[in-house]
Every structure is written in structure tokens, then in C-alpha cells.
Ligand binder design. Sequence first.
Ligand SMILES: [Zn+2]
Ligand SMILES: [Zn+2]
Length: 156
Amino acid sequence: MSLQPAASIPAEGGCRCGRLRLRVTGKPLFTAACHCRGCQKMSASAFSLTSCYAAGQFEIVTGEPVIGGLHGATRHYFCPHCLSWAFTRPEGMEEIVNLRTMMLDDPPRAPPFLETFTSEALPWAKTGATHSFEAFPPMERFQALLAEFAQDRPAI
Ligand SMILES: [Zn+2]
Ligand SMILES: [Zn+2]
């Protein structure tokens, strides 16, 4: 399969109304779709799309995002005006930011690399992901998955 490169780096993105603008200055560590019920509700769709970046390669250009979702230890950030779900800082993983892929002005054309929580997926919801997991990938597989993504998608 040919995986077309999408956004050049640095890449910018923003929310529905444009008040919140974001920039990434590196390649994603991986991309994913999540079929869990929480993502279904927050994205108002069958699954959410994530592009995971090193936290140091993610910046807010304009706007002041607000916390939404469950307001728990995992912080979900939204535009304060249009309320688009823009990015997430997961609990205990300060070194990464999960940007919602569709915030990018030029989102990647390739299907997500991983899909998670297929156990909660709608039966018709297919993503074309390379790797599928019933819940999260086992931690012991993560390093190998990151290495595979970096090798397969040099230009995403
Ligand atoms: Zn907005
Ligand atoms: Zn989810």
C-alpha cells in the first residue's frame, strides 16, 4: 500500500472556529483510532482519531483551551468557543500529547496505525489500521510498535 505523506513539518491545525491554533514540529510517534465508548461520546462519532506527538514538539499558537470530558487525571482540551475536542494529555504520560488528528489542516491520508478498544466498536466501523487491539496494546509491545511506525511512515 502506498502511504502518501500528508502534512509537512512543522504542521499546523486548529479547531472548527479557528480561535484555537496548534502546531507540531515533529513527526507523530504513532497514529491511532479508538473505538472506546468515551471516545465515541466525546467525538460524537464511531471512533476518535489520534496523532501522538512528543510533548516538546507540540505547541499552542493561539487560543486558550479548556478542560472537558470527565475532568479527571487525563486532561481533554477543547476550544472554549466552538468546543472542538482538540488534544489530550493522558494521565501519567507528560512526555506525550495526543492531538486529535482531524485538527490538522492537512491530515494524514494513511489509515491509523493502531486501533484500540475494538471490543467496543460498532460492527460496521472499520479503520484499515495495521494493528487492532481489543483494549489498549500491551505495554510490552509498545516499543516494537513505535519502531515499526517510525520505519513504515517516515513522512507522515
Ligand atoms: Zn474553536
Ligand atoms: Zn478511546
